[in-house]
Write a protein that binds this ligand. Sequence first.
Ligand SMILES: NC(=O)c1ccc[n+]([C@@H]2O[C@H](COP(=O)([O-])OP(=O)(O)OC[C@H]3O[C@@H](n4cnc5c(N)ncnc54)[C@H](OP(=O)(O)O)[C@@H]3O)[C@@H](O)[C@H]2O)c1
Length: 279
Amino acid sequence: MRTIVITGGTDGIGKGLGLHYLGRGDRVVVVGSDPDKGRRFLEEAAAIGSGERAAYIRADLSLVAENRRVVAEIARSHPVVDALVLAARYYRSTRGETAEGIEHNFALFHLSRHLFSHGLADRLEAAERPVILNLAGPGTDLSAMNWDDPQFTRDYRPDRVMAQCGKLSDLGGVAFTAAHPGTRIRYVLAHPGLTATGFTGDYSEADAALVAGMHDRGQPVDAAVDMLRRHLDDPDPEPLSAYMQHTKIDVDGAPFDPAAARRLADITAAVLSGIGQPV
Ligand SMILES: NC(=O)c1ccc[n+]([C@@H]2O[C@H](COP(=O)([O-])OP(=O)(O)OC[C@H]3O[C@@H](n4cnc5c(N)ncnc54)[C@H](OP(=O)(O)O)[C@@H]3O)[C@@H](O)[C@H]2O)c1
């Protein structure tokens, strides 16, 4: 029985993957902020006879302290983690900061992924074939990085912010493999294609209309789960790989520049130390 941890596992693709692996006999721990979604996940797990292997942890993963609490809780109760799926997302039409003073997207899409992947690395190393699956939008140009103002204190535009979120995942993946030389953990970046999910977020009227159209055009969650599960069952042998739906992307190219990954790692360390949290 494998143990699979899924951030954002209470809705959309994360939930679909969670229920899939429960159905296959694995143990699944999901993390999300809305307790109603958590309860529904556990009810659905029970309905397929997997209640004993399902766990829900309530946490606001835009808060660094909450990420640390949950990572510590998982590490305490699970000596081995076979797979970590990073799937928490929240769309914001307008800029906001967390109670820790971090721009929300930078916190949820980047710091949470950073803290979970590095924080659970030793538990993953203990698994037979460990994998981190980061659901993102890999391979876009490095110009998506707003280096001078990564938390968009000026000129917040959701499309630019979302593009940077994908880039943060790419560079976070490069930084992870660089920080863990010789690791057995396979880090996979994957874009599943437009999928009709919860599209969790806080939308302006105009953005809400756009997202309703996306929901109509999106593939069903089951199709995304079918596409993604191969990365969890049989990841590519390289430490880092990236997929745009079924198409493999070269991770040695400019969008995955190691120097840019180091630059982001430095920014990440500075942000974390700025709020009194160790890197
Ligand atoms: N859907 C697509 O078309 C698409 C395309 C490309 C990539 N992706 C990527 O695939 C992943 C899953 O997307 P999705 O569309 O399936 O998402 P979704 O249905 O909107 O679900 C988002 C999940 O994130 C959790 N979440 C949001 N804010 C959180 C917070 N502050 N703390 C903890 N959990 C939080 C939500 O739970 P709570 O509401 O309980 O907090 C929910 O479980 C994301 O990484 C997304 O970027 C999706």
